[in-house]
Design a protein around this ligand. Structure first.
Ligand SMILES: C[S@@+](CC[C@H](N)C(=O)[O-])C[C@H]1O[C@@H](n2cnc3c(N)ncnc32)[C@H](O)[C@@H]1O
Length: 385
């Protein structure tokens, strides 16, 4: 876990490693051993009691939340989830703070490496980011304490490693690599020369597009300056030419028809309904004819229990739009933005790095069709004509 995967990767000393290792095991334990108890409780107790009262099983995620939320086991699991999320920042942040002078010194030495960074200090941070510290990250993605501070980005790199238990690859690039590889395999004649990654954070998912599509120019945007800055230095330290720019994906400054491929990785659930509509319209404007737009996110559960598990984050993990995203008519939004109905697709693709054994363990314990996100990603895409 402390292996130096790139020069900008924040280190962890002995005690920090120990704390972070504990946290990873703690989170894994909650996820693998405690969380499936909700399924058992739901099937064996909550559904029968609900049916006794109303003559039918719960039909909406709200009904599942209300009925399951009364159960002490569910409350305990929720407390553990929330506590572990807060512990992640309590554990990682002091470690990054102590390293900031060193990280800044390293960044200053990377001046001649490839790629670019354009920041826009006048950019208004959307309310859907300032209203809550998204998934409990103090100050969210965008907060800086001084002009040269890229702590939020450095912290993100380390917390991704902790949160995903280091299983998303040494460069935490699994989402980008899995999607880029899927596109290459499933659209063998598609050879994008210009790629845009929206909501890139530190560009860890953007970089694989350079490797999978050699010769492509990769642009990556986000509203969060400290993440972009860190991402820029991180990409430089890896010798990767990513063009980072601080922009709102709802309305960018790129000319019409700038890109062959537009992607995002877990951006959608962090935007409001209105922003999502704007982003899809903006993608349509930015794509060349024949261009592909694909967004990867936690969507597609069509049963109330699966939807509840996503929505839980809206209520207890500062992910305000995660519930609403489950209700979006994405096909309708794509159509309204001008994409042909027949080109719309939503599917699960395999992760390159994540082990496929975890879903097997969970599958055994869960209701059918509820396994979300582990070892597989849902993508929602289309092609402009
Ligand atoms: C969950 S993170 C995405 C992580 C990253 N794409 C990955 O592959 O792990 C969501 C990111 O989207 C950014 N974001 C949210 N709304 C945005 C918008 N309207 N325009 C640009 N970036 C946005 C946030 O600042 C945050 O960095």
């Amino acid at each position: 876990m402390n292996k130096q995967v790139h020069d900008m990767f924040p280190e962890a000393n002995h005690d920090e490693q120990s704390q972070q290792a504990f946290l990873r095991s703690f989170m894994m334990h909650i996820y693998e051993r405690v969380m499936p108890g909700n399924d058992i409780l739901y099937k064996q107790k909550v559904i029968p009691e609900f049916e006794k009262k109303l003559g039918r099983p719960p039909q909406t995620r709200k009904e599942v939340r209300e009925a399951l939320g009364e159960q002490p086991f569910n409350q305990m699991w929720g407390s553990l989830m929330r506590t572990s999320q807060e512990m992640m920042y309590h554990t990682v942040r002091p470690s990054i703070e102590r390293q900031m002078p060193n990280l800044k010194a390293k960044a200053a030495k990377l001046d001649n490496a490839p790629g670019s960074l354009k920041l826009d200090p006048r950019l208004e941070i959307p309310k859907y980011h300032t209203n809550a510290d998204i998934h409990c990250k103090p100050g969210g993605y965008h907060t800086k304490t001084d002009d040269t501070d890229f702590l939020a980005g450095a912290e993100f790199d380390r917390t991704v490693n902790v949160y995903f238990h280091g299983k998303t690859g040494p460069l935490a690039d699994d989402m980008g690599l899995s999607l880029a590889s899927w596109i290459k395999e499933n659209h063998p004649d598609f050879d994008p020369k210009s790629v845009l990654d929206m909501g890139c954070t530190i560009g860890h998912s953007s970089i694989p597009y350079l490797d999978v599509f050699p010769g492509a120019e990769v642009h990556a945007i986000d509203v969060a300056a400290p993440c972009l800055e860190y991402g820029h230095y991180r990409a430089k330290s890896l010798g990767k030419a990513v063009h980072f720019s601080q922009q709102n994906a709802e309305k960018t400054n790129y000319p019409d028809g700038s890109f062959d491929l537009i992607v995002s990785h877990i951006l959608m659930h962090e935007t409001s309904h209105k922003a999502l509509k704007n982003i899809i319209e903006e993608c349509h404007r930015l794509l060349k004819p024949g261009g592909l737009m694909i967004h990867m996110d936690v969507v597609g559960a069509d049963d109330p229990f699966g939807q509840y598990l996503c929505e839980w984050n809206a209520h207890y993990n500062n992910e305000p739009y995660m519930g609403g995203l489950q209700d979006e008519d994405l096909g309708g939004l794509y159509k309204d933005a001008g994409f042909p109905v027949e080109n719309f697709f939503m599917k699960q693709i395999e992760s390159i790095h994540l082990p496929k054994t975890m879903p097997e363990v969970m599958k055994a314990k869960r209701a059918e069709g509820v396994v979300i996100g582990i070892g597989y990603y849902t993508i929602v895409g289309t092609q402009k004509t």
